[in-house]
Design a protein around this ligand. Sequence first.
Ligand code: XMP
Length: 502
Amino acid sequence: MHEIVVVDYGSQYTPLLARRIRELGVFSRIVDSKRFEITKDTKGVILSGGPQSVYERGSLKLPEKIDLTNVPTLGICYGMHLLVESLGGRISAGSSGEYGATIVELEKDELFEGVPDNLKVLMSHGDSVLSLSDDCEVIAKSSRGIVAGIRKDLLRGLQFHPEVCHTEFGKRILANFVRGICKAEGDWSIKVLEKDLIEGIKRHVGEEKVIAGLSGGVDSSVAAVITSRAIGTNLTGVFVDHGLMREREADEILSILRELRMNVRVLDAKDLFFSRLKGVVDPEQKRRVIGEAFIEVFEREARKLGATFLLQGTIMSDVIESGSSSGTSDKIKSHHNVGGLPERMALKLLEPLRQLFKDEVRLLGKSLGIPDGFLNRHPFPGPGLGVRILGEVTPEKAQVLQRADRIFLETLRSKKEDRSSWQAFAVLLPISSVGVKGDRRSYGYVIALRAVDSSEGMTATSHEFPWHVLKEAASRIVGEIPQVSRVVYDLTDKPPATIEWE
Ligand code: XMP
């Protein structure tokens, strides 16, 4: 089976690169630059981006064993800088970085076959090419004149990220590299993945018992269904009711999980979670506290069941944003089922979806027979409304937020806008604001509404609803919830913001 090897230099987007290649039907694996090996099946190499600068002391280098004259290689951002240096050019810190959408102008090249000459791309870098060796050609330039693409024989470099959906024709560019320049062929598919995962879980778990932490989200449910296919009744699902779910959501989720014939237990842990969250305001601390409370509940239950494994629906974006597997990417936040786990835990972790992205998880769920309506639910963070109540979390604030969130989603549903964005929710801010309700002064909470368009949660743009939809949601929230005096809409993209506020 042909493969493309992705060398990880710590970019947030490295796993996305591997995933895009799998989407093209070609197997792809991620390797560390120090453990680089290729096989007779390796048709090409991609060097990822990364947070370092190539001129920094101790920065990661090209793999020692790479033969750039023999294997087609595409360097992206940091990866391109490594290629430029190795060819005798120089990289320097730009006077100002380029972050976000930029227009680049493309020259004729196999990499850009079928791609327009002017392209909107995602840039995210502070360094740029200062000089190039004579035999290296520029194949793309940004509107500010910065080198955005280079070529030499089998080598290509791009300053921008073709792997994110905010780069136009990004998939086409990667396809041109993989299928055109590398001549890789393959028929990798979700069915192959499903079979491999089931076999892997069987081997890993053997005859031991597994307890599944069900958050009600798509990821933990798909993880549970695939594990139950592998080990049957040795799996028990545990749904922790922590009081930080959306209104009425716990009941809806349970009925769906039971329809899927999952063996599910519900544990009421509201008091435990709220008491642990008392006085906690720091977002990272909050994520840790919630993670620890979950584990406490799971461990107690596991002892009763005789389980030795804890199954979690951790997916790739959780892993990346909690710090990359190679340890070189910046930690954005501790996703509770990754960075928020206590160091010492009696249970072994089982995370079969760790290499997958949200939309791959949905495809896998579909292939496992999970209904579309369930798979297409909006993503919901593991720590629940805990990371949508900024500042201290209290039962009263949770109730206010649940109501605001329900009104927002109800309004979207009534205007047939509930499926137009990738994710939509309300956030409760830790400030109060003055208003006037029925001739009386009010002084209450501020609710922020957030909705984004995205395909894998790694990048996102704020969603544009028709104005009247937002106005109606805002007026209902302020009108129906006495504690709220103002509603605002979040216009920020990711990057630079994240989707959740904490
Ligand atoms: P951020 O806020 O990091 O969110 O841009 C990206 C996507 O991940 C969801 N999210 C989480 N999911 N555990 C999860 O399972 C978490 O701790 C967590 N934090 C954020 C978020 O809702 C968005 O879809």
